[in-house]
Design a protein around this ligand. Structure first.
Ligand SMILES: [Zn+2]
Length: 126
């Protein structure tokens, strides 16, 4: 006979063979940790989707990766300014926000400059 143990605390199980936990307490602890895990997964998926969408929007408005457009245009397309993958700071002190290989720099007058990631930028990644 195979010895069964609690899936939460590894305590030896006795009684019914379909039992997975030694107590109600262990059952609810296991259930809660599963829930927490799932919400982390969900959050990651949501953020990944937003990042992908952001990149898609940047690419759509600037396929060549060098265009100045109004900030509003990005917003209307569902661009989410809170999400980006990394920053790039130039020597002049400008900070570009990147979504994978497309990035943008906020300009004056509510305008945005869209650029492509360049290999030389790797050195100045922040
Ligand atoms: Zn247990």
């Amino acid at each position: 006979m195979v010895e069964r143990t609690c899936e939460n605390c590894s305590e030896k199980l006795t009684g019914r063979t379909d039992k997975r936990y030694c107590s109600d307490q262990c059952r609810s602890i296991a259930k809660n940790s599963r829930k927490t895990q799932n919400s982390g997964e969900r959050l990651m998926k949501e953020i990944n989707n937003k990042l992908r969408h952001n990149r898609f929007v940047l690419q759509r408005f600037s396929p060549e990766g060098k265009t100045t457009i109004r900030r509003e245009v990005l917003q209307v397309a569902g661009f989410d300014f809170r999400h980006f993958t990394h920053l790039y700071r130039t020597r002049q002190g400008n900070t570009y926000h990147f979504c994978y290989d497309y990035g943008y720099l906020l300009l004056e007058d509510e305008k945005v400059l869209i650029v492509n990631w360049q290999p030389y930028m790797e050195q100045n990644k922040v």
